[in-house]
Design a protein around this ligand. Structure first.
Ligand code: PCA
Length: 327
């Protein structure tokens, strides 16, 4: 035996001694996520991680790095794609700069309740799966945020009331929407919202009751206008390379846990809508039903955005809208 063979024999002996079989070493997965721990998405992922550990008998353990602590939100997708981490979560519509079809769920007033959001996801899933597959990624599950509403420092009765307001945005579509209503958008990640308001970098935002309540919006705005403009989604993706390293039983266990996480996540999201809106109220925010005039103005802008999105989204966009049932 030469030295190398000796070393290998020793290592194999060690592995066997530790109760492992070579080739089936336990995988420990670092998972970057963009949102804080108290976010229902993060909590859902924590249950997913527990389920995976249990179902795989500890073969796969997932360590969550929340609130952009391991990778900043805009870098998470490429971190999984590049193999720096095997799994990660991000906001689906952030990828609309690569392909417009990823931005469907953030088109204003295209899908405005959970039934429509579900139908849209059913239409979007096969298209997204194909596109991500080309990049070596596989979607595991996707969960919507509650319907998006308008947070401001005064009552908003018409689109004109929003003119010139410094507006927080979280993706390119919302930035465009803000521009179209005459506001001045700035991109701000969720963990930075309180600071952005405190320093007057922004003075209004569109987001869910969850993110509003989690950010203690009552510290910096007075009105929440319940415009239910769209239900954007987060997605959890795994690197196909990392997934393929697992034996079939382990793979199946992860897919089963992912399916459960998707179902549970949608239910959590629905529950959040009323619970977190109540928390906004309890903390003194004036929760307003939007005026017909405001809604008409916003919907008109949404309709024009959808027309240009159709052009950008090309064949995939047409396929998606057809499956969704909109021409
Ligand atoms: N919260 C996230 C995305 C949508 C939402 O409700 C945010 O505000 O960035």
């Amino acid at each position: 035996m030469n030295i190398r063979k000796n070393a290998l024999a020793a290592l194999t002996g060690m592995a066997v001694g530790l109760g492992m079989t070579v080739g089936a070493m336990a995988a420990s997965w670092d998972m970057p996520t963009p949102y804080p721990d108290k976010t229902f998405h993060t909590q859902n992922i924590a249950i997913f991680a527990e389920d995976v550990a249990k179902a795989t008998g500890g073969e796969v353990t997932i360590k969550i790095h929340s609130a952009g602590s391991l990778f900043k939100h805009p870098e998470i997708k490429n971190a999984v794609r590049g193999g720096q981490v095997p799994i990660g979560e991000f906001f689906v519509s952030l990828l609309s700069n690569e392909q417009a079809v990823f931005g469907a769920d953030s088109q204003p007033f295209l899908a405005t309740n959970y039934d429509e959001a579900k139908k849209l996801w059913d239409a979007q899933r096969p298209i997204i799966t194909t596109l991500l597959d080309k990049e070596g990624l596989m979607p595991l599950f996707s969960v919507p945020w509650p319907p998006q509403g308008l947070y401001t420092k005064k009552a908003i009765n018409t689109v004109d009331d929003l003119k010139g307001i410094k507006f927080r945005a979280y993706n390119a579509t919302l930035e465009l929407f803000a521009n179209k209503i005459g506001a001045a958008p700035t991109q701000v990640e969720v963990p930075d919202i309180p600071q952005a308001f405190a320093t007057s970098q922004v003075e209004a935002m569109i987001t869910s009751p969850s993110t509003g309540a989690n950010s203690k919006a009552w510290d910096f705005v007075t009105h929440y206008t319940d415009i239910q403009a769209w239900l954007p989604k987060n997605i959890v993706v795994v690197s196909k390379k990392a997934f393929r390293k697992l034996d079939e039983k382990t793979q199946q266990a992860i897919l089963t846990a992912a399916k459960a996480a998707e179902d549970r996540g949608w239910e959590m999201s629905k529950k959040e809508t009323s619970e977190q809106t109540a928390i906004l109220k309890e903390n003194g925010i004036i929760v307003v039903t939007p005026s017909a005039e405001l809604m008409a103005g916003l919907k008109e802008i949404g309709a024009s955005m959808l027309e240009s999105w159709k052009k950008d989204a090309g064949l995939e966009g047409a396929e998606l809208l057809k499956a969704y049932g909109v021409k």
